[in-house]
Design a protein around this ligand. Structure first.
Ligand SMILES: *[C@@H]1O[C@H](CO)[C@@H](O)[C@H](O)[C@H]1NC(C)=O
Ligand SMILES: *[C@@H]1O[C@H](CO)[C@@H](O)[C@H](O)[C@H]1NC(C)=O
Ligand SMILES: *[C@@H]1O[C@H](CO)[C@@H](O)[C@H](O)[C@H]1NC(C)=O
Length: 441
């Protein structure tokens, strides 16, 4: 039924593509004010018990999904830093020691930040894990991904610029209903830097407790946005990315493979010009992509390369001019970005054949190009970016300034169903849907 609906919308969208330009939705969403939820809101509740672990989150700890990094914070003392885990809830037979760190910022003390890398897991297996000790111990679980393979189905969620307002809560709750198995996070997490002094750190802690509901049970693939790099105390992001650095010798950009997807995470806030470390790395990583094993190739980055929103207009141009020709050459399926607090999806367009005297300086339809999705609409306290360029550029297929999240459900090597859900009076309503046909197969 859903697929039928999706196919119908795809036919509609395809016919739009041949004729007129894209669509600007007139939907207006102002249900809740753009303010952070109060610190004493139940979603920020501190778990009971002395030194109880909080802000629990996991991410993939290796290239192919046989390792996870489990991270958490204990408030009172460093305490035990090990994770007990196993495939049976009643028999957590294996224990692995993690690392601990802490920092101060103004009068704020971070608590003790733990990271534990667990390797050698079996694919497609449910693991239970316990952290903390005695009465304060807490139990969680996660499911490892299936073995890498071309027709392995998998469902990703895509969230960006989430923050911690009531709109953010709506987005997270809707995502939890979606059946997504892992989150591609396009940057800007807590927006704690909008708060001053010790509240900066405090709002990292509240955000960590808020996101735990999902992030403790399935990996979130992090990407660094401007709200992570402009201020210092990144409990969540940089501390976490540090772990990734150990594995990929790179803190801010990395790649993982999961099920039938190869995911490349880029940093908008690190050098990417020719012969910079990120440039050299990406060139090598794209050459490593094996579409026979992982047919789906996605790129995550914070600043959009194509966006017709007035907010942050053209900020992604520099990276576009450096990387876009590779995205076309390697037939990237989709590029997901955040930064702009609204939603937009492009047609397959490119602007790599640049010749001013020849008159070629505009994006043109290109069947080898990725689609570009801007999904910085998680719902943070800065509110929506509701002003768009008019007329809508030809590359822009659909745009709407409201809050939401997306899912990307890979069916097999040729088909994936993509849906963007708007938060509509507390309901999740599919508002932009299409079937993605793989660019390689
Ligand atoms: C970190 O933890 C140690 C050991 O408990 C403590 O002595 C120190 O003051 C803490 N440092 C910060 C920056 O909170
Ligand atoms: C740019 O276009 C002009 C006019 O068509 C052409 O003479 C020139 O060779 C082109 N330059 C490049 C680098 O393709
Ligand atoms: C992939 O899935 C789609 C939609 O479910 C189906 O129509 C198609 O035949 C499948 N292709 C392969 C190669 O199995």
């Amino acid at each position: 039924m859903l697929l039928k609906f999706v196919l119908a919308s795809f036919v509609l969208l395809s016919s739009i593509r041949d004729g007129s330009a894209g669509m600007t939705s007139s939907f207006v969403r102002t249900k809740w004010p753009s303010e952070d939820m109060p610190v004493d809101h139940e979603v920020f509740a501190i778990p009971k018990g002395y030194n109880a672990p909080q802000q629990v989150h996991i991410t993939q700890g290796d290239y192919d999904g046989k390792a996870v990094i489990i991270s958490w914070v204990t408030p009172d003392e460093a305490g035990p830093s090990h994770v007990q885990y196993g495939t049976s809830k009643s028999n957590l037979q294996t224990s692995k020691e993690g690392t601990v760190a802490n920092y101060t910022f103004y009068n704020y003390k971070s608590g003790y930040i733990h990271h534990c890398l667990i390797e050698g897991l079996t694919h497609n297996t449910k693991y239970y894990y316990r952290i903390g000790s005695g009465d304060s111990a807490r139990d969680f679980w996660f499911q490892t991904p299936p073995t890498i393979g071309p027709d392995t189905p998998y469902k990703f969620g895509i969230i960006g610029d989430l923050g911690q307002t009531f709109n953010s809560l709506s987005t997270l709750e809707h995502y939890l209903e979606s059946g997504g198995q892992a989150v591609l996070y396009v940057g800007d997490l807590s927006y704690s830097d909008e708060h001053e002094f010790e509240d900066v750190g405090l709002r990292w802690d509240t955000w960590g407790r808020f996101a735990e509901k999902s992030a403790a049970y399935q990996p979130w693939f992090w990407n660094v946005g401007n709200h992570e790099v402009e201020f210092m105390p990144e409990v969540f992001c940089v501390a976490l990315v540090e772990n990734v650095r150990e594995k990929y010798s790179s803190p801010l950009w990395y790649a993982v493979r999961r099920a039938s997807a190869h995911i490349i995470v880029l940093s908008s806030y690190s050098a990417f010009v020719r012969y910079s470390p990120q440039y050299i790395w990406l060139k090598e990583e794209l050459a490593r992509v094996d579409r026979e094993k992982t047919p789906w190739l996605f790129v995550i980055v914070h600043k959009p390369l194509y966006s017709s929103n007035v907010a942050h207009y053209m900020e992604g141009e520099a990276m576009r001019s450096v990387f876009e020709s590779w995205f076309v050459q390697y037939k990237v399926d989709a590029v997901f970005a955040g930064h702009v607090h609204a939603y937009e999806r492009s047609y397959r367009y490119s602007n790599i054949d640049y010749n001013i005297t020849g008159g070629r300086r505009y994006p043109v339809p290109d069947t080898s190009a990725p689609i570009y999705v801007t999904i910085g609409d998680g719902g943070n306290l800065e509110g929506l970016a509701s002003s768009y360029l008019d007329p809508q550029p030809e590359y822009s297929a659909f745009r709407e300034a409201s809050y939401g999240h997306a899912t990307l459900e890979i069916k097999n090597r040729t088909h994936a169903v993509y849906n963007w859900y708007r938060n509509d009076d507390g309901k999740r309503v599919p508002a932009d849907s299409l079937v993605l046909l793989n660019q390689y197969w």
